[in-house]
Design a binder for this molecule. Structure first.
Ligand code: VGL
Ligand code: ZN
Length: 222
């Protein structure tokens, strides 16, 4: 539990706007057999400085995610690892008319889970396999046709009697955000662990805005 009293050096200086999320007290994370930990896209292209879409401070996310994985395992909770899993050519990539540098191409180093991530006997969800954007771990959407398809995640969670998901990983403003939003729409209780996520921040502040938006629709921020 964080103390409600802040040390003087933690108080915001006049005229300095702290991120919104600095003002909310985190909820405590706990795991049980109805809770699943969803580890989002902890792949080399996002988590390794040599990756093509490296997310700043991903090293800290690996450490924080490993702590959550250990806690989830200790409680016997389900752990699901998602992977962005693109074909070599897709309108998701800038070279094919989309937004992003080539990343997480199926069966390449960039798409592998980071070697420092604790990978237990967890389940996998791969998204974007047919050229879709694949931001949400629950549904993928084709960037040009707008067609949407579910992934294996919702049926998998249903099979295990899961009612609550804890989301960690990369990136706050894309896959974490869309997974949390879909999770709420599907009726799950959703917790996002702030220390265990980081944003791409294409525009400065995107990550903070995503946390604010998630909290606004009922996502608990831990
Ligand atoms: C992601 C950008 C492009 C993510 C995936 O995992 O957040 N971001 N593809
Ligand atoms: Zn992608």
């Amino acid at each position: 539990m964080r103390s409600p009293l802040r040390a003087p050096e933690q108080l915001p200086r006049r005229g300095v706007r702290e991120p919104w999320s600095a003002y909310i007290d985190p909820v405590a994370v706990s795991y049980d057999e109805r809770t699943a930990l969803v580890v989002v896209d902890m792949q080399n292209d996002f988590a390794d400085p040599a990756g093509s879409l490296y997310v700043k401070e991903a090293e800290a996310v690996i450490d924080a995610a490993n702590r959550e994985i250990a806690a989830a395992r200790a409680a016997g909770a389900l752990v699901v690892y998602t992977q962005d899993w693109h074909p070599p050519d897709t309108p998701h990539f800038a070279k094919d008319g989309g937004t992003w540098p080539v990343h997480c191409v199926r069966d390449t180093w960039g798409a592998e889970l980071h070697p420092r991530l604790e990978v237990v006997d967890g389940q996998r969800t791969r998204k974007g396999v047919a050229g879709e954007d694949g931001y949400s771990a629950f549904t993928v959407e084709h960037p040009t046709t707008g067609e949407r398809h579910p992934t294996n995640l919702h049926p998998l969670l249903q099979e295990h009697g899961i009612t609550r998901i804890v989301v960690v990983g990369l990136a706050t403003d894309y896959c974490v955000r869309e997974t949390a939003i879909d999770g709420i729409s599907l009726g799950y209780e959703v917790v996002v662990v702030r220390d265990a996520v980081r944003p791409v921040d294409l525009q400065p502040g995107d990550g903070e805005r995503a946390l604010e938006e998630m909290a606004g629709i009922g996502v608990a921020v831990a």
